[in-house]
Each structure stands twice: as C-alpha cells, then as structure tokens.
Design a protein around this ligand. Structure first.
Ligand SMILES: O=C(O)CCC(=O)C(=O)O
Length: 261
C-alpha cells in the first residue's frame, strides 16, 4: 500500500490568525488537487510565536481551527494532521495538534509535551501529557510537536504501539536545521517508521525559518526535502517497505525494557 502525503510548509503571518486560516485553505486545496491522502501543517500556524498576544488571539478550545479543518477535510475528502495551533483552554494556553479524517471526524488531539524554553513556551503554555496515536489513511500513526523530537524516549513510548508513520509539525529555526534533519533521520531509523515533518518558512521578530520539511523512509533516507518552498510538496510513502526493514532487524521485539530506567 502507498499513501501520498502533502507537506504544507508556509510563511506563517505573525499574530494574524485570519490570514493564516486563509492560507491553510489554499494549501489544503492544493494538496487535494495533487491527490494527497493526508496534508500536514506546521506548528503554531494560527498565531506564530506571538505569545504575548495569546489572550487576544488563541483559539478558544480550538473550536475555530477544528471547524475549519473539518470543513476542509469533508470538502476535499482528505486527512489532515493539523500542525498545531495556540489554544486557550480554561484559564491557560496550550500548543495543540488536531487530526481529522476525510469525513471530518476528530481522530486525535495532542498538546505539546516538551515545552521549548528558548522560545519562552514554558512561560506562556502548559505542557500536555497524553499520547496521540491514531489511524489515518488506513495507517497506524502518531504525532509529536517540534522540540518533542529531541526526546527519543517519548517518541519510542508512543511508537511502540505500532506506528508506521510519525508526524512532526514544527517551527524549527534555520540556525539549527542541521540538527533537525539529523534527528528526524535517526527517529525514522531507530523506530523503523516513515517520518513526515513540516516546518515553516519566513521570519518572526526573533527567528528566521528556512523550511526543509522532510519525508523520510524507515532507512533514514530523505524522500523529499521541501527546501525553502512556500507551498505544498508531495511525497509518496510505500508502506510495503516497512516489512522489509523490520523483518531482518526486529528492534521492537529485541528490546530489553527491563533494563531501561
Ligand atoms: O529544538 C529545537 O532546536 C527547536 C525547537 C523549537 O523550535 C520548538 O519546539 O518550537
């Protein structure tokens, strides 16, 4: 079985949720026109890192985002890994992913588990503590957010349920893109999974972002690198490859969890 994924890398407009929603409409339409099964968006795409403005701009319980993603999923019959958005829930804010299937059903929701102090997330956001494991386009999958990538123990905790594709929405600054690529390739190899990671391009007041959204196969080979393209890049994932990689080297079966503390 093969699935086609669309990497929706774009220049998030700082503190302009309406403009970003309009751009997401265009990206999903483009992904669908290219016959993608799944489209993936970057991290914090509604507001960017306008953390001071969260009281005015964060999406109340994610309602506006969910309604948009559901509408687009149904209209275009496409699965959406909705990047992440700034959400107000109760009296606090979270960095939240919403995943919907082509019928508009909410398959999963994930609040970023590891908050990134260098971008002040720990001062504005509350961390999540739940896994996001779901079946999208017929494929067992899991999603994480950006800095979570640096925590292999967390990725493995979720991946061991049997995920075949790991999704990573991100806003990963250009200055650390060499580490981004390396870490994503390693996560693919060590978990014997496909990795689909979507970053942004453009600038915010503190950082420059140069994209390089990636689709990577379970051997760590880059299938697609979006470079600095502002728009959709497509990748095809051949799931049959998983058996050929996992068969001779069954790392999940060979684990010694009793030794891991
Ligand atoms: O870990 C990094 O270098 C980047 C992380 C990041 O930008 C984020 O989590 O938003």
């Amino acid at each position: 079985m093969k699935i086609k994924v669309a990497l929706g890398q774009f220049n998030i407009q700082f503190a302009q949720p309406a403009a970003n929603r309009a751009r997401v409409r265009e990206l999903v339409a483009t992904a669908a026109a290219g016959n993608a099964d799944v489209v993936v968006l970057p991290e914090m795409w509604n507001t960017g890192y306008a953390l001071d403005a969260l009281p005015q701009l964060a999406d109340e319980d994610g309602r506006t985002t969910l309604a948009l993603l559901q509408e687009l999923a149904r209209q275009y019959h496409i699965g959406i890994v909705g990047g992440s958005v700034a959400v107000k829930t109760g009296d606090h804010f979270v960095n939240r992913t919403l995943v919907v299937d082509p019928l508009g059903n909410l398959l999963g929701q994930y609040d970023k588990v590891h908050l990134f102090g260098l971008m002040a997330e720990d001062r504005y956001l509350v961390a999540g503590d739940q896994e996001n494991y779901f079946r999208l386009a017929g494929v067992p999958s899991a999603s994480f957010i950006c800095y979570d990538l640096r925590f292999p123990e967390w990725i493995r905790t979720v991946a061991r349920h049997g995920a075949d594709v790991l999704y990573f929405p991100a806003e990963w600054p250009a200055v650390r893109i060499p580490q981004w690529k390396l870490l994503l390739q390693v996560r693919a190899v060590e978990n014997q999974c496909f990795v689909v990671a979507v970053n942004r391009v453009g600038d915010d007041p503190d950082n420059h972002f140069n994209g390089h959204s990636l689709a990577i196969d379970p051997l760590g080979r880059v299938l697609v690198d979006a470079g600095e393209h502002d728009g959709v890049t497509f990748a095809e994932l051949d799931l049959a490859q998983l058996a050929t990689v996992r068969g001779p080297i069954p790392v999940f079966a060979d684990r010694r969890p009793e030794l891991y503390r």
